[in-house]
Design a protein around this ligand. Structure first.
Ligand SMILES: *[C@@H]1O[C@H](CO)[C@@H](O)[C@H](O)[C@H]1NC(C)=O
Ligand SMILES: *[C@@H]1O[C@H](CO)[C@@H](O)[C@H](O)[C@H]1NC(C)=O
Ligand SMILES: *[C@@H]1O[C@H](CO)[C@@H](O)[C@H](O)[C@H]1NC(C)=O
Length: 427
């Protein structure tokens, strides 16, 4: 019953607080994954103890005037979050980061950072810190954070103005969501419709292109076309106790390759064990999707700041080996929504040297050490002792694993029933 009750809720049209998605424009629909809409109420702040956050990253080859590295690659990241603390204070924040990597995967100069936030307490309610606009496609939200800071995001545009004369004005063209076109998946499985685990995670655009203009002093304004775009989001009560993440869609010799990796110690109901270590790897290669999920693969990792190594094999027999490196002193701290509000709990670098090898189910090699020097690499949360790596294996709670596999099983039964029915009706 414990598991059937939430299932019934989902079948009967959604869980409280999870609005159903609005209709999608046909061009974007086939690559728009579940959860592309917002989980926050449209006209009021998030419920106490709940956050939702969006992460956008742009990787652009921009030769700046007076740049000693004409082939430098610029990464701009934009993070929007909205959270209501347990005491009822709602905080909406926007962070922007900029880092430059050279051709061999070294950060050039010090990364830049900009931040703006607004908070409203329950005793002095102002307008909701995020404003959702009706949109024919998925997310459209905007906010005025102060007289000089604002942002607006739609499925095809992003604009932001932050303190320090930082501004973004971009048009976005996602080209891959999560899964093959027309077969979009929840990154963490269908159970992410339920508030069973924290946090939830959805890759919104594993790949895409964008163009526009970014001003990030001290760099002069840069304009670009054909830059790589990545989008994801998290929601729930808090980030994991400890996690790592890697993402790269800028492989010079493999234009159709995008790699996404996440792993962490996440919270699940106490009845099911309280926490579990999970890892996940998703690879889009042209229009093929290779998924190494906690419910479908054996996956191990060894991670510390400066070195990320993973191995996985899934139930189909596909296999992958990934390694990434960056300098000990590279990267920058970012703020993430924790239970007590935003905390400097995470470190990102955008100059990871990554290598990916992939084998298909026949054992044939598909990618033989595909390389990039502009991989986004991250660690977060606690328990990262310097010089000590976190070696673990992905182990999903057996009950959650059993249930998360239902849709696949139900889909196969339904197909079998349909085939039988067709046979009966046509003979
Ligand atoms: C709520 O908690 C936050 C973080 O601990 C604090 O900054 C804020 O002042 C509190 N607000 C109220 C209304 O107590
Ligand atoms: C922002 O721009 C204004 C006007 O151009 C200038 O006076 C100011 O120094 C700039 N501030 C920063 C932090 O670059
Ligand atoms: C992906 O597509 C590109 C362009 O069509 C092609 O050059 C490349 O070989 C493909 N990659 C793989 C691994 O199939």
């Amino acid at each position: 019953m414990l598991l059937l009750a939430p299932l019934l809720l989902v079948l009967l049209g959604g869980v409280h607080g999870l609005p159903l998605p609005p209709p999608l424009a046909p061009s974007l629909a086939s690559i728009t994954p579940p959860h592309s809409w917002s989980h926050l109420p449209r006209s009021s702040p998030p419920p106490p103890g709940f956050f939702e956050g969006w992460y956008y990253r742009v990787t652009a080859d921009v030769a700046t005037p007076a740049d000693p590295w004409p082939s430098a690659s610029h990464t701009f990241a934009l993070i929007v979050s909205c959270q209501t603390l347990k005491n009822g204070t709602t905080v909406a924040a926007i962070q922007a980061a900029h880092a430059v990597a050279n051709r061999v995967g070294c950060e050039i100069g010090t990364p830049s950072y900009a931040f703006a936030e607004v908070s409203s307490s329950p005793s002095s309610p102002s307008s909701p810190p995020l404003r959702f606009e009706s949109s024919p496609t998925s997310l459209a939200l905007s906010s005025v954070l102060s007289p000089t800071s604002r942002f607006s995001i739609t499925p095809t545009s992003l604009s932001a103005t932050l303190p320090g004369n930082v501004s973004f004005s971009l048009s976005l063209s996602p080209s891959a969501g999560w899964g093959a076109p027309g077969a979009q998946r929840s990154t963490a499985g269908w159970l992410s419709r339920l508030p069973l685990a924290d946090p939830q995670w959805q890759v919104l655009a594993a790949d895409g292109r964008c163009e526009g203009r970014v001003t990030f002093p001290p760099l002069p304004p840069v304009e670009f076309k054909g830059a790589r775009l990545y989008e994801e989001k998290n929601w729930g009560r808090r980030f994991p106790r400890r996690w790592f993440w890697m993402q790269c869609n800028s492989f010079p010799a493999e234009a159709g390759l995008t790699l996404t990796v996440g792993g962490g110690e996440r919270e699940i109901p106490r009845l099911l064990g309280g926490t579990e270590n999970l890892g996940l790897i998703g690879i889009h290669l042209n229009s093929t999707f290779y998924e190494f999920a906690p419910w479908s693969s054996q996956l191990s990792w060894e991670v510390e700041w400066g070195s990320w190594k993973l191995w996985a094999k899934n139930d189909e027999g596909e296999a992958v080996i990934i390694s990434a490196r960056c300098g000990q002193d590279q990267g920058q701290a970012l703020q993430v929504p924790m239970e007590g509000g935003l905390e400097w709990a995470c470190r990102d670098a955008y100059c990871g040297r990554v290598e990916v090898s992939l084998w298909d189910r026949a054992g044939e090699i598909v990618l033989d050490k595909a390389e990039s020097t502009t991989c986004g690499v991250e660690i977060g949360g606690g328990g990262w002792a310097p010089g000590e790596s976190w070696a673990a294996e992905s182990r999903m709670n057996w009950l959650l694993k059993f249930v998360v596999k239902w849709p696949g099983k139900i889909g196969r039964w339904a197909a079998r029933v349909r085939r039988r029915a067709t046979r009966v009706l046509t003979t």
